[in-house]
Design a binder for this molecule. Structure first.
Ligand SMILES: Nc1ncnc2c1ncn2[C@@H]1O[C@H](COP(=O)(O)OP(=O)(O)O)[C@@H](O)[C@H]1O
Ligand SMILES: [Mg+2]
Length: 232
């Protein structure tokens, strides 16, 4: 049994430079994510939500502070270890689905397993199971262009889950969906937690109604945490 928090962020700073302009995107963020957390990250556009998610998912680096995953300090890892940890530990869902247009739903879902060198037979079997878990068994041979927005996002969720990630990170996953379809997608996420398909779920949203459904809310403003309902 690990006694470490799943994720531990301490005093994370991150800036961007474009031309002569410097943007301080994150200005000293500290918080932990524990097993079982359903965390909503909220705040206005530009407050640093996507930057934070990119750092949490090891997609992006930071300037200073520390980030530990299961107690392991990520700053000491080389690119190869970071890539391996990212694909093992995290599943990603984005606003724009990011499906590959020339691949069927089944092939899209199976793709992460290809990179993990899983055999074709196993990939297909697991992708079929994942599609069925999101209620899309009947769409396996459809291409993204033949699916509705809600269906595309469910394919993306199946793809995110196929590697059995510990943590699912979703950046405005309902941003391109109407409110009814968005609510269905969030319900699907919620079922995944109750069924223990992932250990923590981090949902970035600027929709306060959706954020309220999470068990914990962190609100950012201008690169800082202004409230954290999980902090006593
Ligand atoms: N690649 C980048 N280059 C320069 N500035 C960036 C870049 N990405 C984000 N920013 C800036 O950093 C700040 C935080 O952006 P972001 O994390 O995308 O916020 P949010 O997701 O909350 O809208 C914004 O001011 C944004 O313009
Ligand atoms: Mg964003």
């Amino acid at each position: 049994m690990s006694t470490h928090p799943l994720l531990e962020l301490k005093d994370i700073h991150k800036h961007y430079t474009s031309g002569s302009r410097t943007v301080k995107a994150l200005r000293g963020l500290s918080f932990n994510v524990n097993s079982g957390d359903y965390l909503a990250i909220c705040g206005p556009s530009g407050c640093g939500k996507s930057t934070l998610l990119g750092i949490m998912g090891l997609l992006d680096s930071f300037d200073s502070g520390s980030y530990l995953i299961n107690g392991e300090d990520t700053t000491s890892l080389n690119d190869m270890r970071l890539t391996a940890l990212r694909s093992k530990f995290f599943g990603f869902v984005f606003q724009s689905f990011n499906l590959i247009e020339r691949m069927t739903a089944l092939e899209n879902v199976a793709l992460p397993l290809y990179y993990q060198r899983v055999s074709k037979t196993d990939r297909t079997e697991r992708a079929n199971q994942a599609l069925s878990a999101v209620g899309l068994s009947g769409r396996a041979t459809h291409f993204p262009g033949q699916l509705s927005g809600g269906e595309m996002q469910r394919v993306a969720i199946a793809r995110a889950l196929i590697t059995s990630p510990a943590v699912l990170l979703a950046d405005e996953p309902t941003g391109n969906l109407d409110s009814k379809t968005g609510a269905q997608v969030v319900e699907l996420f919620e079922n995944l937690i109750t069924e223990n398909l992932c250990r923590a779920f981090v949902l970035i949203t600027h929709d306060l109604q959706l954020a309220k459904r999470a068990t914990r809310q962190i609100t950012l403003a201008d690169g800082k945490i202004v409230s954290d309902s999980g902090r006593i």
